[in-house]
Design a protein around this ligand. Structure first.
Ligand SMILES: C[S@@+](CC[C@H](N)C(=O)[O-])C[C@H]1O[C@@H](n2cnc3c(N)ncnc32)[C@H](O)[C@@H]1O
Length: 334
């Protein structure tokens, strides 16, 4: 079993097996309560081992899946590129390090920065299960005006901006832009998460980066603020702990996330991006697309479009459109 996703699932299952079920469920309830409370905070939310075990078991599969999905879209835009080094800022238990190694095999120098020592300690413990992450550096660091990020090919920031003051968000994005040739930022797929992603996107573009994903362009987002928000969904299998805490019998849930992947590298963004779940009707598929000319458009693909119609039936929310082999049929996907 060498697939990072399988290794992570097994490592997290071992972790939960080591906790009495009631204690695990209580730690998760406390964590959910904390995250519903006010952030940013002056001190780490993840204070002790019970907190971080709860975080790792309950949230890490979802943050891993969201980051992996964002990285897959980024990797499509920079084919042939593999990061030679990675820094994960506010990395916690290291979800993004697992997602990076799932996207680009092999190993690379990895540094995880976070101010919560218990999160770093648990991240190090889980990473021992993965040959590519065993040598990662887990380093205590506070995000703020004094933050320094060592040079790296790739910097990831996942589910962190939400916990920061506006000044610290700015300091973090600037430090990431100064350190890396590629920056991937992921936030919860809520209107507020999207707003933080757009703020970071604007800053990265002003620093000379180009947007590689999800947007087909680096100009302003066509969504009128307050009317909608750009977000996607990643499917996550529910663990036994999830089923224990959340009633219901669904074997999976969809983690909603917003993201931006920006780079100084030459990148080929998607021709356009499917920004809603496609609606399949009789003989036609309705695709809501973000277009390269800074517009949102609903396109109807019908049986008449033959191969493209087949491709539209397979298209998923978040995909590039048309798919690479759909180019053969009609390069504008019309
Ligand atoms: C919701 S967790 C996300 C962890 C991880 N990136 C993930 O995607 O699973 C937020 C992380 O940001 C860290 N964090 C929040 N504010 C911070 C600060 N000012 N300095 C350093 N780390 C911070 C927390 O300790 C926590 O590990």
């Amino acid at each position: 079993m060498n697939d990072p996703a399988d290794l992570l699932r097994a490592a997290l299952a071992d972790l939960v097996d080591g906790l009495p079920p009631r204690q695990a469920a209580q730690a998760v309830e406390r964590l959910i309560g904390t995250y519903r409370g006010d952030t940013p905070t002056d001190a780490p939310i993840l204070r002790d081992r019970a907190d971080v075990v709860a975080y790792a078991a309950y949230r890490m599969p979802a943050t891993f899946a969201a980051v992996r999905s964002a990285l897959a879209a980024f990797a499509d835009a920079v084919p042939g590129w593999t990061p030679g080094s990675h820094v994960d800022v506010g990395g916690g238990t290291g979800a993004a390090t697992w997602a990076v190694s799932d996207t680009w095999g092999g190993s690379r120098p990895v540094t995880v920065l976070d101010w919560a020592e218990p999160a770093l300690a648990l991240g190090r413990e889980i990473a021992a299960a993965h040959p590519g992450l065993r040598d990662a550096r887990w380093q205590r660091s506070r995000i703020g005006a004094a933050l320094t990020v060592d040079k790296a090919d790739l910097v990831t920031v996942s589910y962190v901006l939400n916990e920061l003051t506006p000044a610290d968000r700015t300091a973090l994005v600037d430090a990431a832009a100064g350190a890396a040739e590629a920056v991937v930022i992921v936030e919860a797929g809520t209107p507020a998460g999207y707003a933080r992603v757009i703020e970071a996107r604007d800053r990265l573009v002003a620093a000379g980066f180009r947007v590689a994903a999800p947007c087909p362009h680096s100009a302003a987002c066509p969504i009128v603020p307050g009317t909608d928000w750009c977000h996607f969904a990643a499917r996550v299998s529910r663990s036994s702990l999830h089923r224990q805490v959340k009633s219901g019998s669904l074997a999976y849930e969809d983690e909603k996330f917003s993201y931006v992947a920006a780079t100084r590298l030459p990148a080929g963004p998607a021709p356009s991006r499917v920004v809603r779940r496609p609606q399949i009707r009789k003989g036609q598929v309705l695709l809501d697309l973000c277009e390269p000319d800074e517009r949102l458009e609903r396109r109807t693909v019908t049986k008449r479009h033959r191969d493209l119609y087949k491709a539209a039936r397979d298209a998923a929310w978040g995909d590039a459109w048309p798919p690479a082999d759909g180019d053969r049929v009609d390069e504008r996907g019309r």
